[in-house]
Design a protein around this ligand. Structure first.
Ligand code: E4P
Length: 219
């Protein structure tokens, strides 16, 4: 299973890329706007820091012809860029064309199994179901990820399920257990989900007990 960082914050990406647990990064226009700076330079810096890891970058135009052109320009920023395109019927032909030209696509804002099926047919590399945003309208975000994973397994589809809009530890646990291909995790949630009080207390106790031995050097 791949773990992506859901941010455009260069400092956070730099810090977490050193840990060796990151397989990629997802951004969106909101996250890029928060990060500030020149977006093309920012994307290239993120792509460089991630090495071979996929970096998702979303289009910011709406007209299908413009989306196509912008997607090509975004993809040309670095070899490991995956272009994010919203899951809207207006863009189906564009997605199909881009896939045929070798552009890697992450179809974002996926909210139904049928949308997921359609994107498998178009050859998207990833589909991104948004868990938190479904929960926001009292629908079952985790349930959708589970259904998309069932569909992937049932038909041996190649499009990977990238669980997005993960807001809490329970979301994260559930997407890991239902065998999503990728979880993209906000920085604060990644930090808190990797920390455990008993790990910290255990380290302290072991060191206190060791100190009682009074050994100067070991080994
Ligand atoms: C990532 O690909 C998504 O854009 C992101 O997870 C959306 O999260 P949000 O619904 O919390 O804004």
């Amino acid at each position: 299973m791949k773990l992506f960082l859901d941010t455009a914050d260069l400092q956070a990406i730099k810090q977490w890329s050193k840990t060796g647990i990151l397989d990629g990064v997802t951004t969106n226009p909101t996250l890029m706007s928060k990060a500030g700076g020149d977006p093309s330079e920012g994307v290239q810096e993120i792509a460089r820091m991630m090495g071979a890891g996929d970096v998702s970058v979303e289009v910011t135009t709406t007209d299908p012809a413009d989306v196509y052109q912008q997607a090509k320009r975004i993809a040309a920023l670095a070899d490991n860029i995956v272009v994010k395109i919203p899951c809207h019927t207006s863009y189906y032909a564009v997605i199909k064309q881009l896939v045929s030209e070798g552009v890697q696509i992450n179809v974002t804002l996926v909210f139904s199994v049928m949308q997921g099926l359609a994107m498998n047919k178009l050859g998207a590399k990833y589909i991104s179901p948004f868990i938190g945003r479904l929960d926001d309208i009292n629908q079952d975000g985790i349930g959708l990820v589970q259904q998309l994973c069932m569909m992937r397994d049932q038909y041996a589809f190649k499009t990977q399920v990238l669980a997005a809009s993960i807001r809490n530890r329970e979301h994260l646990n559930q997407v890991i257990l239902c065998a999503a291909d990728v979880a993209t995790v906000p920085v604060t949630l990644l930090e808190e989900s990797l920390q455990h009080d008993l790990t910290d207390k255990g380290m302290e106790r072991f060191l206190d007990d060791w100190a009682k031995l009074g050994v100067q050097q070991f080994p």
